[in-house]
Design a protein around this ligand. Sequence first.
Ligand SMILES: Nc1ncnc2c1ncn2[C@@H]1O[C@H](COP(=O)(O)OP(=O)(O)O)[C@@H](O)[C@H]1O
Ligand SMILES: [Mg+2]
Length: 254
Amino acid sequence: MTEHLEIKGLKKVFKTDDDEVVAIEDFSLTVKKGELISLLGPSGCGKTTILRLIAGLIESSGGEVLVAGNSVSGPGSDRGMVFQEFALFPWRSVRKNIEFGLELSGIPKAERHTRANEYLEMVGLERFANSRIHELSGGMKQRVGIARALANDPEVLLMDEPFGALDAQTRNIMQKELLKIIEKTDKTILFVTHSVDEAVFLSDRIVVLTKRPATIKEIIDVPWPRPRDRASPDVTAMRKRILDELEKENVMIG
Ligand SMILES: Nc1ncnc2c1ncn2[C@@H]1O[C@H](COP(=O)(O)OP(=O)(O)O)[C@@H](O)[C@H]1O
Ligand SMILES: [Mg+2]
């Protein structure tokens, strides 16, 4: 088995009382271990829905998702999710947020502590282990979100516009931090973004989506080693090409 994450013919129809919304239609993608894939697409095209389907948070209307060869039928510790709005537990300390999934898995206290320390260090929050969430800046909150997702040692990390709520400078710092974490953990990552710049800076491959229902318009290989220089001619040219294409489609990204 070479593919680490396989998505086959995924479909999602949302049914309301008097309406049906086809959010995802025939979406197929295979991701290798350690790959970072960005999903780039217009607002409302179905990006979050794709991640929620893979996470097992909602049921699909067709198709299949396999993680390390196992068919997904609900939430599981083999997938970790990082949310745009952080979605942390405000009544828990930073450490207790990171330990949450480990508690659910019944990991004993001493081991939870050791593992939380490892991830606190990885995201640079050792000194804030006992802080409350409301005491943290946006960037720090998302560090907790990333550490919480990594603490379960998931096969696949699902990141839904994780830096979208941060200011530009913090976003750039967090992108570089994420690259360091990837080097250490070799995680397979599906990263949703509406930023062409972010996608080109981070990804091994960029999956450009159509308007709803989300289908794949194009898959772009980003061949250069990381960290990348945003101002280099190659990177700039790729950014421009993608933006031009999206403009041609008259698509608003976001
Ligand atoms: N629970 C739901 N019930 C009905 N429609 C939904 C639900 N969740 C998402 N949708 C619709 O599905 C489409 C895709 O949504 P979403 O995946 O959130 O898009 P994106 O993350 O790309 O902005 C949108 O039209 C949205 O309104
Ligand atoms: Mg979304």
